[in-house]
Design a protein around this ligand. Structure first.
Ligand SMILES: [Mg+2]
Length: 213
């Protein structure tokens, strides 16, 4: 049985809920307030750190000594009402025998709030968040090694599911199978480290059950 490492944002719920858009805006507003720059300048800083440091938070910690809890509480204070209970996904995960682990660059509290909205809390085994990762985000290989060790995973029988290709590259380097959840930017199979592309998490689990992955 294959074990599942599942990203949270834009993977367990669809991109069109605009949840991540809210987080994205709150990151910009946090930077603007704390670094005393305009929103436009804040956005440039936000994306620069995301690209160079894996997450915006990591850059803020390295270059501005920002307290991570302040940042995480602020950016995850959002309206989750667009996330709906997902019966199909619940049923599929409930019946799935392998380990089901959320692996996110967000916080445990945010993950927990999201899972509650979908109704998934009972059907997920563990949440591995950015705090447990000692704030070293995906796609840094050290964090994957930590996850593998903590949950006694075998990379060859583990599937990583994420909406960001970069996060899947590290998983593939370690020998895992990889599934990209389609989004408006990444929607075709342009990378050799992606095994399959899937429309959502339910579709992914159905494909696993059918032996397609
Ligand atoms: Mg994501």
């Amino acid at each position: 049985m294959l074990d599942l490492l599942i990203d949270l944002d834009n993977t367990v719920y669809p991109e069109n809920t605009n949840i991540f858009k809210q987080i994205d805006f709150k990151m910009k507003s946090f930077i603007s307030k704390n670094l005393k720059v305009t929103l436009d300048e804040a956005y440039t800083i936000q994306k620069k750190y995301f690209i160079n440091n894996g997450t915006t938070l990591r850059g803020l910690m390295i270059y501005h000594d920002i307290q991570p809890e302040l940042f995480l509480n602020y950016v995850h204070d959002i309206d989750l009402s667009n996330i709906k209970n997902n019966n199909l996904l619940n049923k599929l995960l409930k019946n799935y025998k392998g380990k089901k682990i959320i692996f996110t660059n967000g916080s445990y509290n945010h993950a927990n709030n999201v899972l509650k909205k979908i109704g998934l809390s009972k059907n997920i085994d563990h949440i591995f968040d950015i705090i447990e990762a000692a704030y070293i985000p995906k796609p840094d290989i050290r964090t994957y090694q930590k996850v593998i060790k903590k949950y006694s995973l075998q990379p060859l029988t583990t599937i990583m599911i994420d909406d960001l290709p970069n996060n899947l590259k590290t998983a593939k380097d370690l020998g895992m199978k990889t599934v990209l959840i389609k989004n408006h930017i990444f929607n075709s199979k342009a990378y050799d480290y992606i095994d399959i592309i899937s429309s959502d998490l339910s579709d992914t689990i159905q494909k696993i059950n059918k032996g397609i992955i």
